[in-house]
Design a protein around this ligand. Structure first.
Ligand SMILES: [Cu+2]
Length: 106
């Protein structure tokens, strides 16, 4: 085996980057007590949440464990990691039980 000094292992993101480009755009927006959810997000994607309402909301998985994040009011942002297992994940707001959404992971 010969070493290649010009290409140190692990020094760049190339090759080790496993998150597809589309995952970077995964974003949920909350306004008027409604979730605007992307068609789908990649498994393990970082999902950003922006809350345009004047009250705090949460994005809480109905299963109680997949994800749970609080999002401050007035443009507050938060992020969570999408489940690594593809599927459909229903979620709700802890403070407003009538708020529901579905995150599709695939
Ligand atoms: Cu809410």
């Amino acid at each position: 085996m010969s070493m290649e000094p010009s290409s140190p292992a692990g020094s760049t993101s190339m090759g080790s980057e496993s998150v597809p480009a589309s995952a970077a755009a995964a974003a949920i927006t909350i306004s008027n007590f409604e979730y605007k959810v992307p068609m789908s997000v990649a498994p393990g994607a970082e999902v950003s949440v922006t809350n345009m309402d004047t009250v705090e909301h949460t994005v809480t998985a109905d299963d109680g464990s997949s994800f749970n994040v609080e999002v401050k009011e007035n443009g507050g942002k938060a992020t969570f990691t999408a489940p690594s297992k593809p599927g459909t994940y229903a979620f709700h707001c802890k403070y407003h039980p009538n708020m529901h959404g579905t995150l599709t992971v695939k």
